[in-house]
Design a protein around this ligand. Structure first.
Ligand code: CA
Length: 229
């Protein structure tokens, strides 16, 4: 049974989520502030963390950054009070895997949890097998290791940036609209939040060019979307 840690200071939301995790076959545990949250991550080693952004003691953003700095790659779904905060969180680049804004529907939340867990499993289950490497000029994407390099220089990407790059590389030359990318990479209906794609593309380009991408592998097709060269 997958263990899911809910770090949430609002008792009503916490109880509602815990209840629904249980009825959906998960082992739900909870922490009500940031310090307790970090302690629980260390002690319980959860399979996924639902992390509220605004928390007493320590913010969700700080928790996320601390865990990633420790090398802890437990999947994190960041929960924000407003849609605008999602942009802020992404701009801060804390390394969360997905974002959801309150108020959210339970079905949507469960779908996100399932999708993040599934993607995470796909990448960790295949370790040890022969590595699949996607190569576009001097860009190398090692699917199993989740490693990206440009001319041999490793590029640090968040989970979602990696998934986006991988998807474009797997479908090289094909143009995708922002909506298509949201559906195919994020796996859920993010209607009205296509800026999410643009923000991720911008970060990806920046990181790739810092590593020496002179070709600009990701091309913008005006009025349509993006494609991998
Ligand atoms: Ca809160």
């Amino acid at each position: 049974m997958k263990k899911i840690l809910v770090i949430e200071d609002e008792p009503n939301i916490r109880e509602l989520v815990l209840y629904n995790l249980k009825t959906n076959g998960y082992d739900g545990i909870a922490a009500e502030d940031g310090i307790m949250g970090i302690t629980m991550v260390h002690r319980e080693n959860p399979d996924l963390i639902l992390l509220d952004l605004m928390l007493p003691e320590k913010s969700g953003y700080e928790i996320c950054r601390e865990l990633r700095a420790e090398g802890d790659d437990t999947p994190i779904i960041m929960v924000t009070a407003k849609t605008e905060e999602i942009d802020k969180v992404m701009g801060l680049e804390c390394g969360a895997d997905d974002y959801i804004s309150k108020p959210f529907g339970i079905r949507e939340l469960m779908a996100r949890i399932k999708a993040v867990l599934r993607r995470y499993e796909v990448t960790s289950d295949t370790e040890g097998d022969k590595d699949t490497v996607l190569a576009v000029a001097d860009l190398n994407i090692n699917v199993e290791r989740h490693e990206v390099s440009v001319g041999g220089i490793l590029v640090e990407l968040t989970f979602k940036e990696f998934e986006l790059l991988r998807y474009l590389a797997e479908n090289r030359g094909r143009v995708f609209t922002r909506d298509q990318l949201l559906n195919n990479v994020w796996g859920i209906d993010y209607a009205g939040e296509t800026r999410t794609v643009d923000v991720h593309i911008r970060h990806l380009r920046q990181k790739l060019s810092e590593a020496g991408d002179n070709e600009q592998f990701i091309e913008t097709i005006r009025g349509k979307g993006y494609k991998m060269k």
